[in-house]
Design a protein around this ligand. Sequence first.
Ligand code: NDP
Length: 280
Amino acid sequence: MSAEILNGTRLAQRIRSEIRRELKKLTFTPGLAVVQVGDDPASTVYIRHKQRDCEKVHFHSEVHRLPPNITQNALIEKVEALNQQKDIHGILVQMPLPDTLDEQTIIDAISPDKDADGLTPLNLGNLFINRECITPCTPTGIIRLIELSGEKLEGKHAVCVGRSHLVGKPIGIMLLNRNATVTYCHSRTKNLAEISRQADILVAAVGHAEFITGDMVKRDAIVIDVGINSIDDRLIGDVKFDEVKEIAGYITPVPGGVGPLTRAMLLQNTMTLASRQIKN
Ligand code: NDP
């Protein structure tokens, strides 16, 4: 039997409706600032989607486009100015940045109180000690998708293929915080297929199209495909969907799986940050 599809588009719509309902009870408008350095076409598309999402839930949003040759200090100054701007409650610096800039130094400049992406050391540290509040958008969205399956996380063996700060590492910690047993795989892992075949939950965040094939998946596993690979004008995940869907119990599609949830979680984080700032 074919796997059940975990539909991220539909779940994201539901989350946006919840946010709109919640917003009606509030007396302020959450504001999100997105900073783009250079004009990477993929980043431009992602930012446009984020702006549209903000419009859908009636958030204020601003995009600050900066030249690719901006200096590290000038970019930090921009972020610091946004840290002070009263109508902005969440800040996101769109990655990747040009090679001349150090991404972590720029993330460090974002106030943890306005860290819409949940990637500042303070917010990641809180995640690490199981005090989750503002958590990274993609891993948070993945948890919501897994919950959609109705399966319990406790005691499950989760295998994360990928260990980036953005996705792989934090999703592993979030699964651990929910009492899953977690194994990380990465580019130096030996016998990866042997490990992935043991996964009740398999998260693929590798960045290689169709890396996970049917023979790497346990029957009835929950398979989460984070990958976005643009091939011949098509978006392809890190999972060989047609093969794996015949073996897995649940699977996320690309597009329409993790991507929409990542964006919905950005709105949710902005809402949480705004509520906190208004209270203080
Ligand atoms: P990174 O490139 O930062 O990390 C990739 C990870 O995969 C690394 O840990 C790397 O290992 C590991 N890896 C690479 N090659 C292999 C291999 N042959 N075998 C095993 N492991 C390997 O990518 P991200 O985590 O940022 O993103 C992963 C994918 O998810 C990309 O396609 C990206 O576009 C997509 N993405 C999608 C999002 C969404 O909303 N849907 C959001 C963010 C990302 P090592 O550490 O050893 O180098």
